[in-house]
Ligand binder design. Structure first.
Ligand code: NAD
Length: 493
């Protein structure tokens, strides 16, 4: 296992990316913005800030390349080989990618190295392997007609992604978009552009033709808005907040009516019944609430406990939370790093204060940080008990290491509490009675229900939400629907 010192030495040897990637080249832009390491507040680079002209260049190159057919008309089997090569290169460069991810967002290096980066490689590999196994259709029309239903790439896809899983979430969009023959303009979050730029370099090395993938770095309201309003973008896939998703819907309505596919916020319930395996439920509830500093859209940030076990559960949960190792993200022993920036950390602290003011009791795990770390971006894991559905914390996505605990007495009450949200991304149920779990899962208005686990996820299963958690699905073969048009061709025999 690499030690912190080894990572620091590697950090001194690598060149941090700082330019946008358009038409197969790293390009400087007129404007830049500063990127720093949230864990230490160390300045990292002046990063290209793409404006509307840069976005125009990126979209034009994507369009020209799409029309040329160099990628869009390549046999699926050939695209497959190139995307498999890209997966291989991601694995070969896993340490550098993990380091770039952790420097950008402050997540523990072990998570970047063992979860995020391998996840991205597997995603490219899965779609590469799928794409030459998908057949078109012939419709059951009358005998003197032949109606062929075929999938075609949609064209120029814009992908706008957030900072919590930068490479993974970019891969969830890029892998199916590229596998189906589209050209893509990717906009990473302003805080986390490094792995997207390294990915572009690896994509070129894998043999993806210039112009198929561009990365426009920059600020949301400038770069993101320019993509959202661009009349020559055929489809926009988005992961981020519900608030920003609504802006993209408006940009689309006010421009070319491009389909917008939003994957947005969540406030997932973790329902724990008295007959659950309590120790397992506690372990996984810790993961569900605090993994990735709680900066997870499907984080199980609302624990709903059957009243008879609430005291026992809370004691065990607090004891387990004390074992979380909060510290330097480059230390391989760290299991919780810092939040994305000071502003976000302030917002999380304000949400905790407000919950306390409304009457919640707080249990805070003490922080003991090295002097080199920035205390302003670290928030201690916080457990809020006595939360009732009138509290703001019960509804708002806090996106930090904060979990609220509410009790219930009946199954009906548990379901009502769980569904009492504008979001519907995920939920968990803990019980040894599997029939009860399945019947209840049918009543939950969410995209994923995990039974006796939390946040279950695989590249082969669709991921997305009900209600204001978005629509459409990432991952699985269902994601391909977003990136393809269906064409019907009739032949009169
Ligand atoms: P965000 O909405 O602030 O930003 C997401 C992206 O949109 C970034 O690239 C940003 O630059 C861009 N953007 C911001 N404002 C914009 C504007 N006015 N016009 C155009 N583009 C703009 O979200 P965030 O803070 O980066 O990420 C956290 C959010 O992401 C949380 O709400 C979380 O739940 C959500 N999320 C959802 C999923 C999912 O799959 N459902 C996964 C991860 C994160």
């Amino acid at each position: 296992m690499k030690l912190k010192q080894d990572w620091l030495e590697q950090r001194a040897q690598i060149t941090l990316p700082s330019c946008a990637f358009i038409a197969g080249q790293f390009v400087n832009t007129t404007q830049t913005y500063k990127v720093s390491n949230p864990a230490t507040a160390e300045f990292l680079v002046d990063m290209s800030a793409c404006d509307a002209n840069d976005v125009e260049q990126a979209v034009q190159h994507a369009r020209k390349t799409f029309s040329s057919g160099v990628w869009s008309r390549l046999a699926p089997r050939e695209r497959k080989q190139i995307l498999k090569k890209l997966a291989e290169l991601i694995r070969e460069n896993a340490e550098e990618l993990a380091l770039l991810e952790t420097l950008n967002v402050g997540k523990p290096i072990q998570d970047s190295l063992h979860v995020d980066i391998p996840g991205a490689a597997s995603c490219f590999e899965w779609y590469a392997e799928s794409i030459d196994k998908i057949y078109d259709e012939i419709a059951p029309t009358s005998a003197d007609q032949l109606a062929m239903v075929s999938r075609e790439p949609i064209g120029v896809v814009a992908a706008v992604v957030p900072w919590n899983f930068p490479l993974d979430l970019a891969s969830w969009k890029l892998a199916p978009a590229l596998a189906t023959g589209n050209c893509v303009v990717l906009k990473p979050a302003e805080q986390s552009p490094f792995t997207a730029l390294k990915l572009a370099e690896l994509a070129k090395q894998a043999g993806i033709p210039d112009g198929v993938l561009q990365v426009v770095t920059g600020l949301g309201h400038i770069t993101g808005q320019a993509l959202g309003r661009h009349p020559d973008v055929d489809c926009l896939v988005f992961t981020g907040s519900t608030e920003t998703a609504k802006k993209f819907l408006a940009y689309s309505a006010e421009s070319n009516m491009k389909p917008v596919w939003p994957e947005t916020g969540g406030k997932s319930a973790n329902i724990i019944f008295a007959d659950a395996d309590l120790d397992k439920a506690v372990d996984k509830a810790i993961f569900g609430a605090f993994y990735n500093q709680g900066e997870v859209c499907s984080a199980n940030s609302r624990i709903l406990l059957e009243k008879s076990i609430s005291q026992q559960f809370v004691e065990k949960f607090i004891a387990k939370a004390k074992t979380v190792k909060i510290g330097d993200p480059l230390d391989p022993n760290t299991t919780m790093g810092c939040l994305i920036d000071r502003q976000h950390a302030d917002n999380v602290r304000a949400a905790i204060d407000q919950a306390k003011a409304q009457g919640a009791q707080s249990h805070i795990i003490p922080l003991n940080l090295d002097a080199a770390l920035d205390p302003a971006t670290y928030v201690a894991p916080t457990i809020l008990t006595g939360v009732n559905p009138e509290f703001k914390i019960f509804h708002d996505e806090v996106f930090g290491p904060v979990v609220s605990i509410t009790t219930f007495e009946t199954q009906e009450e548990a379901i009502e509490l769980a569904n009492h949200s504008i979001y519907g991304l995920a939920a968990s149920i803990w019980t040894k009675d599997i029939q009860k779990a399945i019947l209840l899962s049918k009543q939950l208005l969410v995209g994923t229900v995990s039974i006796n686990t939390v946040d279950a996820l695989d590249v082969s299963t669709p991921f997305g939400g009900y209600k204001q958690s978005g629509y459409g699905r990432d991952l699985s073969l269902h994601a391909i629907d977003k990136f393809t048009q269906l064409k019907t061709t009739w032949i009169q025999l």
